[in-house]
Design a protein around this ligand. Sequence first.
Ligand code: G1P
Length: 294
Amino acid sequence: MIKPLRKAVLPVAGLGTRFLPATKAMAKEMLPVVDKPLIQYAIEEARAAGIEQFCMVTGRGKTALVEHFDIAYELEATLKERGKTDALRELRSNHLPPGSITTVRQQEPLGLGHAIWCARAFIGDDPFAILLPDDLVLSDTPCTKQLADAYYETGGCVVAVTEVPREQTNRYGILDIGHDDGRLVEVRGLVEKPKPEDAPSNLSIIGRYVLMPQVIEFLSRMERGAGNEVQLTDAMAKLIGLVPFHGLRYEGRRFDCGDKVGFLEAQIAFALKRPDLAPAVRAFLRTYAGEMAG
Ligand code: G1P
């Protein structure tokens, strides 16, 4: 029986050193793309896939992430008083049913696998999604919804994958591929950040997963992998053969918002999708930006 997917874990304990000084006193997941923080994109994407319960794995200095999903009474009252109905509607659409967000702390930066293990009590015996908020996907169907649909087809684990240039395999979890129908690929093996010459393919995992709770057993062993961190990829690899395991070539474009160029690209791409902003942004790109780029 395929259990319904209702839970998501959002690892948000990272220090955001690549975005200093912006992230000195602010969580990197609060950085906005156009006018919405990264964390809100992730939660909205998960909700669009039918997910109802969220666990943020946080750390010091991350309270704004929780605040962001709370009701801001004074702000709402002021907006109402001033007749700012659009802003009020937008703010209210961000409300979650009471009790849907929980947080756990990852006290030490021991890796993504360790962060997920910190959420073990939340996960219990249920399948769960993981969304890394740094990875932003622009697509017609939200990426996690695409993964959830694939999960209801195949059961087991499903990870979102995309081809990367060979020389970049050392930045990602990489698949060893079995049967491949062009959309769903059977996962035969997984390697975290292999050198290009050691990579079994150039199909990389992006920050979207649907996993089975058994992964926690393997994470509990706290085996260190690449970068001397507890790697999620290594624990996932141990599930191959125990549960169905597929990669899904999702439809859409991924932006690495943990990287400055990726973050800037996301701003432009998301602004061009907004009818209220697109004409002005397009005009800027055609004129000033074009001239500057030479
Ligand atoms: C993590 C995972 C990696 C995955 C990547 C996707 O790496 O360990 O397998 O491909 O996210 O963004 P990180 O970006 O945290 O180094």
